[in-house]
Design a protein around this ligand. Structure first.
Ligand SMILES: Nc1nc2c(ncn2[C@@H]2O[C@H](COP(=O)(O)OP(=O)(O)OP(=O)(O)O)[C@@H](O)[C@H]2O)c(=O)[nH]1
Ligand SMILES: [Mg+2]
Length: 444
């Protein structure tokens, strides 16, 4: 996927709190039709993407199924009237307000978010529809958006929108860190990815599950939506659409990650199929091709605590040692929760794995233990996602288990418990390995 598409796929939208939401249906429709007019006029080349965004805008603002393609576009003679409504002052609760600045930001966001020159032309076009006395403020707004300068008093209606714009712009200016996750079948790759992202976006199952390469990008801020790139861009994919997209073939999904650190660098996590499915041999071929051909900064090798030392495990470890530069690889020992402290020690298992890795040519390898499943439950709970009874019970059992000092996996990471404060779930996230691993994966 080229970079251009990503600057659409990974967008966050300021729509849940959009000021026009409070207006009447007829006002919203006029607003959307005017946006439609400018998108048609100014979007060149990438029009399918801008139209997908416009569709998302109009659906969200109107709360109805809206297809810009079925719209009769506004004629030149109609746009004046439509814009007069948008540029006008309205009296609401004894206060005068206008959506003119918000409209300008929306237009530029849809048509020229990362292209200052194109934005300049659009601004000129828009100015024709606004009273001359507000042109200076429009210039100020433009400079706040594209140069990061301050807004003036009396432009409060657009201040929050501009601050989200700047956050988003900064996000797109940073390079993407790409992390590929590999393992044998059912080691917990997808569960681990879901835990890091804090959402159940990747399919998980006991049997061979992931069959394709799925790239999961983060977005600049939480807007409550997941985007997918399939035959077209969908900015508000529901669970069924996500599932169908993942099943259909290689896919790209974007969603804001729920992380402990506030600042979000750009990240792409690549989920791959297990390498040893006897029934679906193509899975192994697909995974190995991705390991060889994809560009990534880091490869996370997930070891399954249930399968240590098996022929499949050793053979895949060998493959990685032979095909991936050693400094790019980190090892994660998943399902650490299955160890019975009295019978089998995590420490012994880690030493055993390390000895195998040394044999394969890794100097001083580090192995990070984690319980991905517990991690995911913690993240969901922290985000106040409702859990069913069984998951609530499992969470309670894990909490009890990880209160025992011997289970504390925090010691394998360079993390201080001071980071967690009094919050029991954050403390548990350190104990189960999640907090430390997230730092390693998503930090600088
Ligand atoms: N006990 C325990 N089970 C886990 C953990 N992580 C994942 N599992 C379970 O392991 C099974 C496989 O998990 P997945 O995340 O689908 O594994 P995967 O590696 O993506 O599998 P494929 O895509 O088929 O290769 C599921 O039933 C998970 O619930 C863990 O930390 N502890
Ligand atoms: Mg999987």
């Amino acid at each position: 996927m080229n970079r251009d598409v990503l600057t659409y796929l990974c967008r966050s939208f300021y729509l849940k709190k959009h000021p026009v939401l409070q207006e009447k249906r007829s006002y919203k429709e006029n607003y959307c039709r005017a946006l439609d007019y400018f998108v048609r006029k100014h979007d060149s080349g990438n029009d399918t993407f801008a139209f997908s965004m416009l569709e998302h805008y109009c659906n969200s603002l109107s709360g109805e199924e809206y297809l810009p393609q079925t719209f009769t576009p506004l004629a030149e003679s109609e746009i004046k009237h439509a814009m007069r409504k948008i540029a006008a002052l309205k009296i609401k609760r004894f206060k005068a307000l206008t959506y003119r600045f918000v409209f300008v930001v929306d237009c530029l966001f849809l048509c020229a978010f990362l292209d200052e020159n194109a934005a300049k032309a659009i601004l000129q076009d828009l100015k024709v529809f606004f009273p001359t006395r507000c042109h200076r403020k429009l210039d100020l707004l433009f400079s706040a958006l594209y140069r990061g300068t301050a807004l003036e008093k009396g432009m409060d209606s657009v201040a929050e929108l501009v601050s989200f714009w700047n956050r988003e712009k900064k996000f797109f200016e940073t390079p993407i860190k790409t992390i590929l996750v590999t393992a044998t079948m059912s080691a917990g790759k997808s569960t681990l990815i879901n835990a890091v992202v804090g959402k159940r976006l990747m399919r998980t199952a006991q049997e061979a599950c992931t069959g394709h390469i799925c790239r999961l990008y983060n977005k600049p801020f939480e807007d409550g939506e997941n985007s997918v790139s399939a035959s077209q861009l969908i900015f508000d994919a529901d669970a069924d659409t996500l599932l169908a997209t993942e099943k259909a073939g290689d896919c790209q999904i974007a969603s804001s990650y729920r992380t402990f650190a506030e600042a979000q660098n750009r990240v792409c996590i690549i989920d791959t199929p297990g390498t040893n499915s006897a029934i679906n041999r193509s899975h192994g071929v697909t995974a190995k091709k991705a390991i060889r051909d994809c560009q990534y900064n880091l490869l996370v090798y997930v070891l399954n605590a249930n399968q240590l030392g098996t022929d499949n495990e050793i053979s895949h470890l060998k493959y990685i040692a032979e095909n991936v530069p050693k400094e790019k690889v980190i090892f994660v020992l998943n399902k650490a929760d299955i160890f019975e402290m009295s019978e089998d020690s995590i420490e012994e298992s880690i030493q055993g794995v390390k000895a195998d890795l040394v044999q394969l040519g890794y100097e001083a390898p580090v192995v990070y233990p984690i319980s991905a499943y517990f991690s995911l439950l913690i993240k969901l709970k922290l985000a106040e996602v409702p859990l069913d009874k069984i998951k609530e019970k499992k969470l309670a059992i894990y909490m009890e288990q990880y209160s025992i000092p011997e289970y504390d996996l925090g010691r394998y990471y360079n993390v201080s418990y001071e980071n967690a404060g009094d919050d029991i779930l954050t403390q548990m996230s350190i104990r189960c390995g999640l907090y430390g691993l997230e730092n390693i994966l998503l930090g600088e």
